[in-house]
Design a binder for this molecule. Structure first.
Ligand code: ADP
Length: 237
């Protein structure tokens, strides 16, 4: 592959990225690239900077130094009004689901399309129903999130992350609060998103998860990228 093709194939590029909160450095001098349709794990112990990295990617936080390019958009040059344009490229899944409690599962998923400007009720309905079918929740469309199990909540969150057909899916410790069966189902769904063409980044502190996947892994320790986890960095409980 020549240099131009390699650039063409890149969807995320971080170069020397540092993020600090006052005196606390969450990420230091982080450089990495992600190719289109990669399936990538970001791992490291608690406090390593994994969540901060996800937040920088969807512009929940601003980078302090260095630069980051996401699907052609330079994060340092994005003004407030362009943030929605970036976020339409990205679906995010959180450990604690972040579903809206007083909206049904259907409404939680549909909201993404409404915010993205879809007007046709029938188009929205069809797409949301397809996604709820994919994640195995068609019977829970009218349920409110507090009545669902953790695994069901996370599958609803996966449907919400995928409904806008984002090019990138970010999952921040998506299985950390789930039992093994529910975790397995969620990981299979992230695989399905990848098979449909999405670029998928998953953070986890659970290094056991990684051994089950033939996926690229980026290790973080104290905000720095390392080649492999040190003994101190292995935190499986
Ligand atoms: P991880 O997700 O790997 O557990 P985080 O990205 O949450 O790590 O945190 C990395 C470091 O940055 C920690 O030392 C954390 O305390 C600090 N940090 C994260 N967010 C903030 C914030 N909003 N204000 C101050 N410090 C923060």
């Amino acid at each position: 592959m020549n240099a131009i093709d390699a650039l063409d194939n890149q969807i995320i590029r971080f170069h020397g990225v540092t993020k600090h909160f006052g005196e606390t450095y969450a990420l230091r001098d982080l450089t990495f690239e992600v190719r289109k349709n990669d399936f990538l794990f970001i791992t490291g112990p608690s406090g390593a900077g994994k969540s901060t990295l996800i937040k920088l990617l969807y512009m929940g936080e601003r980078i302090s130094d260095g630069y980051a390019i996401i699907d052609g958009m330079n994060l340092s040059r994005i003004g407030r009004r362009q943030i929605p344009q970036l976020r339409r490229k990205i679906g995010v899944i959180f450990q604690d689901f972040k579903l809206i409690a007083n909206r049904t599962v259907f409404q939680n998923v549909a909201l993404v399309m409404e915010v993205a400007g879809f007007k046709s009720r029938s188009v929205i309905r069809q797409r949301v129903e397809d996604l709820l079918e994919l994640v195995g929740l068609p019977h829970q469309a009218d349920a409110y999130p507090p009545t669902l199990s953790g695994g069901e909540k996370q599958r609803a969150a996966v449907a919400r992350a995928m409904v806008g057909k984002p090019r990138i899916i970010l999952a921040d410790e998506p299985t950390a609060s789930l039992d093994p069966d529910a975790s397995e189902r969620v990981l299979q769904l992230l695989r399905a998103a990848h098979a449909r063409g999405a670029t998928v980044l998953i953070t986890t502190h659970d290094t056991r998860l990684l051994s089950r996947f033939d996926a690229r892994v980026i290790y973080l320790e104290s905000g720095r990228r390392v080649d492999a986890p040190s003994a101190a960095g292995n935190v499986n409980d």
